[in-house]
Ligand binder design. Structure first.
Ligand code: AMP
Ligand code: ZN
Length: 469
């Protein structure tokens, strides 16, 4: 039985899906105005791993994650570059998808775009007005927060405390609101901004209504899991609940999951402090598998610190797994024994306890840190059991078990495809050209790149010769 920590109840609860064998899951996606940073990568990796584990357990997962492609930050960037907002969002959605692929994040069942769902948003806003949960003033539509009796149930906030904290809003030009707690569902257009026609005038939707509408359209009125970073609990998710539940009259999401933040050198990562890395920057130095592995080494509800040292440690740790897999492949290719002996069968049976430990950790609110410890225990066991004289069947069983567990975490353990002969020849030609141009740095770099891929060069009197290591 999978147990999930539910932000709503602040308890770990047994996971019981709405529909047997199926999981409906919505994860708030990024606002696409720039390359994603490694903080944005954390919920992507965490919830992709949740999805993979659910699938491993036999569930059919309908996974929806949006791209917020209309927003102040996108508009600002578009104005800076002098291009339409759409060009900015399209560009960064493409870049984000490349990063996701590098981190081995499965594409969602649906990746809706806010700008393609405006009609649904207008419908939901109109329904909220009809039910008395929203009102329009001068082209803006507000949600009447106090009308929703359960407001605050997710963030465990009390309306009167919020009222005190929000008083300053009264003097910030929002005096047309009935109550400072009310939030925006639709806002009128400003000069030069993208807009859509609505019953309340030309304008664009607020951010919160987006997720309520897309979740309903692609998953239905009730969903199993709603996820995102912990900064979204309030007000974003609280407002999603207010909108969706006022509209449908039923509970919106059963389990609310939130990942803790990623910090850098023990400080909050933020654009204003300038201490953030994009995933793209990290990919120039590391295989993004290492970033994924690094993230999964912590439980998703624990704050995680990013540093160069910790990345190096993750790189070495992952290398131990990959080496073990390589070694098992090598022994299997060279052994002359095919069938498992009785003793090996017993050992293979014993090794199942590591898979059980892995599942037990993942069942316990997706404790990937402990699950990875179980993978290392299995690796250690395989390293001691695997011998030159072991049977192929035994070696392959051990290898496959390691690879299956890594696969559930989204870690690829297959060897990278070898360079083709012609690719090697091509790189050698490029190196010769660099040497001729006296660009020895480039020539050395190419030699290094080839060496990394297991190609050894030898400069001889007859020219360059190469062999595989
Ligand atoms: P945004 O593009 O700001 O809407 O963020 C997209 C997702 O990334 C949300 O789920 C955020 O909660 C999450 N997020 C942003 N910064 C961090 C961070 N430093 N650590 C973890 N998650 C983050
Ligand atoms: Zn959302």
């Amino acid at each position: 039985m999978i147990r999930i920590y539910n932000t709503l109840t602040r308890k770990k609860e047994d996971f019981i899906p709405l529909e047997e064998g199926k999981v409906r899951m919505y994860v708030c996606g990024p606002t696409v105005y720039n390359f994603i940073h490694i903080g944005n990568a954390r919920p992507m990796i965490v919830f992709d791993t949740v999805r993979r584990y659910m699938e491993h357990k036999g569930y059919q997962v309908n996974f929806v994650s949006n791209f917020t492609d209309v927003d102040d930050k996108i508009i600002k960037k578009a104005l800076e570059e002098g291009v339409p907002a759409e060009e900015i969002s399209k560009r960064y959605i493409e870049e984000c998808k490349k990063d996701m692929e590098g981190m081995n994040i499965m594409p969602a069942t649906t990746h809706p775009l806010a700008t393609q769902e405006i009609d649904g948003m207008i419908d939901m806003i109109a329904a909220l007005i009809d039910k008395g949960y929203a009102y329009a003033v001068n082209g803006t539509v507000y949600y009447r927060t106090r009308r929703f009796a359960e407001y605050g149930k997710l963030s465990h906030k009390n309306l009167d405390d919020l009222q005190g904290g929000n008083r300053s809003l009264l003097v910030s030009g929002e005096e047309e609101k009935e109550d400072p707690l009310d939030f925006v569902l639709w806002k009128p257009k400003k000069e030069g901004e993208p807009y859509w026609v609505s019953p309340w005038g030309e304008g664009r939707p607020g951010w919160h209504i987006e997720c309520s509408v897309m979740s309903k359209k692609y998953l239905g009125e009730q969903i199993d899991i709603h996820g995102g970073g912990e900064d979204l609990v309030f007000p974003h998710h609280e407002n999603e609940i207010a909108q969706s539940e006022a509209c449908s009259g039923c509970e919106f999401a059963r389990y609310w999951m939130h990942n803790a933040f990623l910090n850098i050198d023990n400080k909050k990562m933020s654009k204003s402090l300038g201490n953030f890395f994009t995933v793209r920057e990290i990919s120039e130095k590391y295989d993004l598998q290492i970033l994924r592995f690094f993230m999964l080494n912590a439980h998703y509800r624990s704050p995680l610190n990013f540093s160069a040292d910790l990345m190096e440690a993750s790189k070495n740790a992952l290398e131990r797994i990959l080496t073990a897999v390589d070694n098992l492949y090598f022994l299997s290719e060279h052994t002359s024994v095919a069938e498992m002996t009785a003793e090996e069968a017993k050992k293979a049976e014993e090794a199942k306890r590591y898979e059980q430990a892995f599942d037990a950790s993942m069942d316990d609110d997706f404790n990937t840190a402990d699950a990875i410890a179980a993978v290392f225990d299995l690796v250690k066991y395989a390293n001691t059991c695997a011998k030159e004289e072991s049977s192929k069947a035994f070696l392959d069983t051990l290898r496959k078990r390691i690879q299956d567990l890594c696969g559930i975490l989204g870690i690829i353990t297959e060897k990278k495809a070898e360079l083709l002969d012609e690719e090697v020849e091509h790189m050698i030609e490029e190196r010769q050209a660099a040497r001729k141009a006296k660009d020895f740095a480039r020539a050395d770099e190419i030699r290094g790149l080839l060496l990394e891929k297991g190609i050894i060069l030898e400069d001889t009197r007859e020219g360059v010769k190469w062999k595989r290591a």
